[in-house]
Write a protein that binds this ligand. Structure first.
Ligand code: S3P
Length: 189
């Protein structure tokens, strides 16, 4: 029988660039007493260069390969809150890997996402243009990505008007409610 003591608790945050995965993830990890990991930061450390440099020198395909390898590895971790890159849901293999954790989709309108992306100091190094840039890029990519985020999500939180603390509280409440069910796969004998 699997119980909460023996299973590997893992909360995975997905969502478009600027949805607050890193900020919310750090708060959540601190509240749970877990480790926070940012898949993009792990990737940059392994590659020894920024995501912008990887895109420019090796191409997006190389970045996506590396992203998949790192995701598969990080999804085996336990007592971890994992923030993923916004495009992680694009590959089928990644969507499978996400099933090892409790997946939370942080969502907001294109306009709110664009304001946050513009205000974030990590944008220059972490967020190369994907399809022309700006608000039109977000609108275009969300049409493709939203159904994919939706299909992976165990929980969806609109962060449009929530502070990072409020979003973390909402996730924590859902996690507390869901986790006994998630970690009891067969009835006690
Ligand atoms: C990407 C999002 C970025 C980063 C890379 C690609 C995407 O992560 O992985 O620039 O395809 O949306 P954040 O969502 O953390 O900005």
């Amino acid at each position: 029988m699997s119980t909460i003591e023996t299973m590997q608790p893992l909360i995975i945050l997905i969502g478009y660039r600027g949805s607050g995965k890193t900020t919310v993830g750090k708060i959540l990890a601190e509240r749970l007493g877990w480790v926070f990991l940012d898949a993009d930061a792990v990737l940059e450390e392994r590659a020894g260069k920024s995501i912008r440099a990887i895109f420019a020198e090796d191409g997006e395909r190389s970045f996506r390969e590396l992203e998949s390898r790192i995701l598969a590895e990080l999804c085996t971790r336990s007592q971890v809150v994992l923030a993923t890159g916004g495009g992680v849901i694009l590959r089928e293999a990644n969507r499978e890997a996400l099933k090892s954790g409790f997946v939370v989709w942080l969502t907001a309108s294109p306009g709110a996402l664009w304001s946050r992306i513009e205000a974030d100091s990590s944008t220059a190094e972490r967020r190369p243009s994907l399809a022309g840039g700006g608000l039109p890029e977000i609108e275009r990519l969300l049409v493709i990505r939203e159904p994919l985020y939706q299909s992976c999500a165990d929980l969806t939180i609109s962060v449009e008007t929530l502070s990072p603390e409020e979003a973390a509280n909402a996730i924590l409440a859902a996690w507390t409610f869901h986790s006994p069910k998630l970690f009891t796969s067969s009835p006690p004998s």
